[in-house]
Design a protein around this ligand. Sequence first.
Ligand code: DCP
Length: 674
Amino acid sequence: MPVARPETSDARVIAHVDMDCFYVQVEQRKQPELRGLPTAVVQYNEWQGGALIAVSYEARSCGVKRSMRGEEAKAACPEIQLVQVPVARGKADLNTYRSAGSEVVSILAQSGKCERASIDEVYLDLTDAAESMLADAPPESLESIDEEALKSHILGMSREDGDDFKESVRDWICRKDADRRDKLLGCGIIIVAELRKQVLKETEFSCSAGIAHNKMLAKLASGMNKPAQQTVVPYAAVQELLSSLPIKKMKQLGGKLGTSLQTDLGIDTVGDLLQFSETKLQEHYGINTGTWLWNIARGISGEEVQGRLLPKSHGSGKTFPGPRALRSLSNVQHWLNQLSEELYERLSSDLEQNKRIASTLTLHASAFRSKDSDSHKKFPSKSCPLRYGVAKIQEDAFNLFQAALREYMGPFGPKPQGNKKETWRITGLSVSASKIVDIPSGTSSIMRYFQSQTTIPSCSASGFPQEHVAVTPSASESCSEQKSAETLPAMPEEDITVTYTSPDLDNSYRDIDIVLEKFPCQDASCQSNEAKEFPTQSGTQTKTIGRKINNSKEKNRGMPSIVDIFKNYNASPQAKEETQEDSTVSLTSNRGNLSSSTNHSSEVNQEVEDRRDTEWGYKVGEIDQSVFDELPYEIQRELRSFLRPNKRPNSGKSKSGDGSASSSIAHYFQPLKR
Ligand code: DCP
């Protein structure tokens, strides 16, 4: 069945700019004596010299790779300079790199619509700039063309042996008989070369770029000739590029879908997809994924460059591989406190500098259990309304963790294994803040916002005078007051006599900067400090819970000034208008305001259904894939598997939403029930 086809957009000029060995360049700018030397940035951890996270091109030419640890790199390249990543709160501090990325963005953003895709990557829509140039000063009218532009790689450009490379490029850029699309790309070449020179001059960082008619092709091209070069994909070269592009090299095809294409359809390259009709691809992979595959085989992508210079979310995370896995609640709390502090620091500066606020706090963790047969069970992610103030975030994050842990360990807590108790290990933790919006202009709206901040989310589990602490099958959906590890039900802090096998003991790890984005909170209950009717585990009994505001008890260390102004503002609650997002998948939350991103057992589902009164729309199509690159690998693996479409043989049924992600994510998230 055909679905709406994206515009081919082949008259657009899109650039993907990617910084070269970015962290290394940042460190080399700090220590110029390192320039030109084989250099790598390593994680702060000292084990075997630390994991390499960025490698200079000089070091790469000696065989050093990012997968190595410091000691291995030294063996491959004895003269390598290893620079340790800055550390704060016992974890990597990426602030320097983030600010360096912002310097670049602020230069590039002057040229057109600019989308910051990751810490060191930017998309630019240069169509308007290229059209103006073509109209006012086309390349053939220029006295000279910049050397940097003449060094461009133009895919498919025919050249006779012995031709001067730069002359050939000049001829291509200045061809009078070229069609409009190529002429626009010719202008794009000149504009991007100029921008890259400006970035180098102002920041001392070199970058590479891809220039094409859409984001997908521009991204593919930017990595083709690195460092400090640019590559162009004219319309006529698209098929050749895709016919030689191994299927797994395509970003979204690196996982299960790519494997299925290889094994089930016998596909090796993206171009091989051309032999299948759209209907055939839809039969195999569902309507949307099938159409998406049909399109990418032809180099078609309708994805627009989003005008976005600021991150859509903030996050802080850390992995604890191998023996460093966390095994006690007090340790988890310690790290959540550190992560929350870092998160709050970033939220505060976003508020101060950009007047933006986030409203959803999400906790994600990766874990394994001592019981091997269940070790594949995913640790559920949990969200709740975000309350400003470091102590509040710490408290909420820990409560989310405990709720998730109860769900992870099952309704009755750790099960006995012989004479030992089943235990858990945490190998990755992250907290993130999403649904970031500008504070609406006008004092009253700001006041309305902070007024809601003075209320406690009805189920933040923080400080409720709740008489009944339930460890329920749906404990994750409820909230309970458990202020310290000691009050928790039998969760063993440590059981060193049990031998653990972790499915994911990847020794290389990085601290992260994340995030899951756009979880629209449509939860009116989070706006109110009224007492709530809240069901207990049986679903039959209700408890009245609620709490009056007591600002004096709530620590707001590092509160930004604007928050200070309003922190004591304590007006009556106002219901927040609910707007229903057009979502493909929904996360549901009950009054507890804890939203779970895992499937529950059917009994639990039923109970949750019964209590459901709000919905959290989750628009799959709005997840920015690139942010996942910054997650720890274990978390990336988990999340990517949710975001990748599963093979759905005979799925003739229409699936709503963004095709590439909707099918598998629908399995993962609680389906929307109205
Ligand atoms: N990074 C990290 N851990 C990883 C990958 C990357 O911390 N596993 C950090 C360090 C990199 C930066 O992100 O410098 C950007 O990553 P890229 O993948 O873009 O790689 P580089 O910029 O280092 O090199 P290249 O020139 O190949 O793009």
